[in-house]
Design a protein around this ligand. Structure first.
Ligand code: SAH
Length: 371
């Protein structure tokens, strides 16, 4: 049996057309399952009964099982899932004014081994399948329908607590591939998932509302069709000397190659690639670093997100003083760079940047201690 959540619309049409049925039935299935959240084939009443039964026998619609949900004091909610082969994966919902961002994982563990990152410490276990990537979105959507955010978080997004009206309108508006894993190292499944996410008969996210965050695997980035999704590149240091110390991948794709790529990247006039810059105390947070970053990015069409490091017991790195972050920010702003400070969210539920996979490590350590 093929799993429904592995299939972009075109593939589903080919399967249904291939058995001699009308291709438009695929669109109907997309609408029921993705748009309406109905997973029971037998109630899909615009499809003939015999065909409903056939589809039920043809398509598996199992996806991820929600394990736990953890409400953070700041309104974000972490969702954790156990895969069929007993790995833990996590996503986080982050409410902001007029938007609710879902941060999804693309791999169990990660091969990139960035020095400051908790997922990096796990090593690589495996790629997530399309079903598992889409499964995170579906599970989050259903979670909002059944449980919902805290009233404060709801208020933050919508201006008032919609739960109280009895017509909860919480819905995910943005998807970022910033959870566990390196999305450009799982290109095929990530692209398939994005195709499904964007389908107008399905989840209907516009390309402006999906962001792929990557260490800068240029080979993969160059194969992306223009307009696939927004791109964020984790630069994290202003030069090769520093970058290679925290990001081994810099040996393969040094800073100048990344800048070259961004300069040549065809975007619509308003679209920009984002550079992420994790701020690590006494490593890349000085005014000299800000200056070097300015020299590097001067004249490059881009945005910069400064992310104060989110501390964890698994990492020796520390977060800079707030004043240091503000000075760094001010230096760039005064030179007309587009730059914002992106504070991590959900730290108390281990849902903040770079903390996903943490509970996995904690359980593992506990197991070790118990032995
Ligand atoms: N592999 C991808 C996506 C996952 S990491 C990438 O590297 O972009 C998403 C972002 O979180 C990256 O910019 C990464 O540098 C940052 N990050 C990782 N650990 C962090 C931490 N502990 N505190 C703050 N940001 C962190």
């Amino acid at each position: 049996m093929v799993n429904f959540f592995e299939l972009p619309l075109k593939e589903l049409e080919d399967i249904i057309g291939g058995i001699g049925k009308e291709r438009y039935r695929a669109r109907q299935l997309f609408r029921w399952i993705y748009k309406k959240g109905v997973y029971d084939f037998t109630v899909m009443d615009d499809i003939p009964k015999s065909l409903r039964n056939l589809f039920r026998d043809m398509f598996n619609i199992e996806t991820l099982q929600l394990g736990g949900s953890f409400y953070s004091k700041d309104g974000s909610v972490k969702l954790s899932f156990e895969t069929e082969d007993n790995h833990l994966i996590e996503s986080v919902m982050i409410p902001e004014k007029n938007r609710l961002t879902l941060c999804v994982s693309s791999q169990v563990g990660c091969r990139m081994a960035c020095a400051f990152c908790v997922t990096g410490k796990m090593g690589f276990i495996r790629n997530l399948t399309t079903k598992e990537i889409i499964g995170q979105v579906i599970a989050a959507r259903d979670f909002l329908k059944n449980r919902g955010l805290s009233p404060e978080a709801d208020k933050k997004i919508n201006g008032h607590d919609t739960g109280k009206d009895g017509n909860q309108t919480q819905r995910i508006t943005n998807i970022v591939f910033m959870g566990m894993g390196e999305p450009m190292d799982n290109l095929e499944n990530v692209i398939k998932a994005i195709d499904i996410l964007k389908d107008q008969n399905g989840l209907d996210f516009s390309k402006r509302r999906i962001t792929i965050s990557t260490v800068g695997l240029l080979a993969g980035l160059k194969t992306l069709k223009p307009g696939t999704a927004g791109i964020a590149i984790s630069l994290n240091a202003p030069d090769d000397k520093k970058r290679v110390k925290i990001m081994p991948i810099n040996r393969l794709y040094p800073v100048r190659d990344i800048i070259e790529f961004v300069k040549n990247y065809k975007t619509s006039p308003r679209e920009r690639i984002t550079f992420e810059y994790v701020m690590l105390k006494d490593f890349n947070d000085s005014i000299e670093d800000a200056k070097a970053l300015y020299e590097l990015l001067r004249g490059v069409k881009c945005k910069i997100n400064l992310i104060p490091f989110n501390e964890s017991p698994f990492s020796e790195f520390k977060t800079p003083e707030r004043d240091t972050v503000n000075e760094f920010h001010k230096y760039l702003i005064e030179r007309f760079m587009t730059v914002i400070i992106r504070d991590s969210r959900g730290a108390d539920v281990h849902g903040a940047c770079g903390q996903l996979g943490m509970s996995y490590l904690m359980t593992k350590n506990k197991e070790k201690a118990g032995k």
